[in-house]
Ligand binder design. Structure first.
Ligand SMILES: Nc1ncnc2c1ncn2[C@@H]1O[C@H](COP(=O)(O)OP(=O)(O)OP(=O)(O)O)[C@@H](O)[C@H]1O
Length: 365
């Protein structure tokens, strides 16, 4: 049974501003589901509705089979960790973690045992008697997570928990969260982030929110390798997937596309005879484009390299814009700054090429 079930959930602010609608989603026990989407798409709103901090305007939310739309936050069995930690500055780490349990009138033995357990999991034992100001940002975030763990909730909610940390600490704390999840395999977690790497590395499934609804739900690799629509194709992955206009010239188990720019590409996405001649967008990730020096073979794109960025392990090539479209971007392993100003032909393997008809991938028909 799903731990959490959202059925046709909607959110309207002030009776007229519709933020979310038709949200259907089931989250199973032990999952770590990450919500991503453009700024303002309603990620935090959805999380806050699950927490009970925001009213649900339509539809139902079930936790463990019980509709909880009108159940107050404290009785939902949910714990939320915010980006701002929200620790009590005048209380020690131990007292911060004990606070909710004392309010719930738990015995001293129970409280001590819960704190010891959380401190062990989060490696906070040496800091239990310190005040938050004597901790690093990462340690404070661990205390905030510890406050959730002691309550043994059914569902953990994380609202951008790492966004206040600097780059190195983000990486370290991200790994700690992954390890925390592994140490609590039955706990269910929902996590909102702007950070693609967090989403890709932490999630069992990613929910992409856009245009008031869900654009796609899937494992990180499903979203990366088989995006359902152009939106997800361009949202997941950095730099974004290239989308090139063209027409279908061959159908069947594989689809051939003649690109408006002159190239030809074959995709493993299937098509039918009725698709022949239809206008499509061809999708190829920058890292899947390969330089081809074979002048006779098929190529997807040919153009002049306008600019290069060397990141050490890879070089990002930005091609000259064609007809005002976004520039084609390729990511080649190694250092290739010598390619700037040169004409380069690119191809991609058929299993790496997506075809979007009316914005939707041929893989999903
Ligand atoms: N109390 C409110 N009254 C009216 N509109 C609101 C209210 N709270 C949020 N909104 C609107 O709802 C939309 C969704 O906001 P929300 O904070 O959930 O987005 P988000 O996806 O978490 O964004 P971000 O990534 O920028 O944090 C936004 O357009 C926001 O302006």
């Amino acid at each position: 049974m799903a731990e959490l079930k959202l059925k046709d959930v909607a959110k309207t602010y002030g009776g007229s501003v519709e933020v979310l609608k038709n949200i259907d989603l089931e989250i199973g026990k032990g999952e770590l589901v990450v919500f991503v989407g453009p700024s303002g798409c309603g990620k935090s709103t959805l999380l806050r509705m699950i927490a009970g901090l925001e009213e649900i305007s339509g539809g139902t939310l079930e936790i463990d089979g019980q509709v909880v739309n009108d159940v107050p936050p404290a009785q939902r069995g949910i714990a939320m960790v915010f980006q701002s930690y929200a620790l009590y500055p005048h209380m020690t780490v131990r007292d911060n973690m004990a606070f909710a349990l004392k309010l719930a009138k738990k015995s001293k033995e129970e409280i001590d045992a819960a704190i010891q357990n959380a401190a062990r999991i989060l490696q906070l034992e040496p800091y239990l008697d310190r005040l938050p100001k004597a901790l690093s940002g990462g340690q404070r975030q661990r205390v905030a997570i510890g406050r959730s763990i002691v309550r043994d909730p059914k569902v953990y909610l994380f609202d951008e928990p790492l966004s206040n940390l600097d780059a190195a600490l983000r990486v370290a704390t991200r790994i700690e969260i992954a390890q925390l999840k592994e140490s609590m395999p039955d706990s269910t977690m929902i996590y909102v982030t702007h950070d693609q790497v967090e989403a890709m590395t932490l999630a069992t499934r990613i929910v992409v929110l856009a245009n008031k609804g869900i654009a796609q739900v899937g494992t990180p690799l499903e979203l990366y390798e088989r995006p359902e629509n152009e939106f997800v194709a361009q949202f997941i992955g950095s730099p974004a997937m290239n989308l090139l206009p063209g027409k279908i010239t061959g159908t069947g188990a594989q689809t051939t596309v003649a690109l408006d720019g002159g190239g030809v590409a074959v995709s493993n996405a299937p098509s039918t005879e009725a698709d022949m001649g239809r206008a499509v967008k061809l999708g190829a990730r920058p890292e899947d484009l390969l330089e081809t020096t074979n002048q006779d073979g098929a190529y997807i794109f040919e153009g002049k390299v306008d600019f290069t960025e060397s990141l050490g392990e890879v070089t990002i090539l930005y091609f000259e814009k064609v007809n005002g479209a976004d520039p084609v971007i390729a990511k080649l392993p190694g250092i290739h700054s010598d390619l700037r100003g040169r004409n380069v032909r690119l191809s991609a393997a058929p299993e790496k090429v997506q075809v979007f008809l009316d914005g939707r991938s041929l893989y999903y028909r």
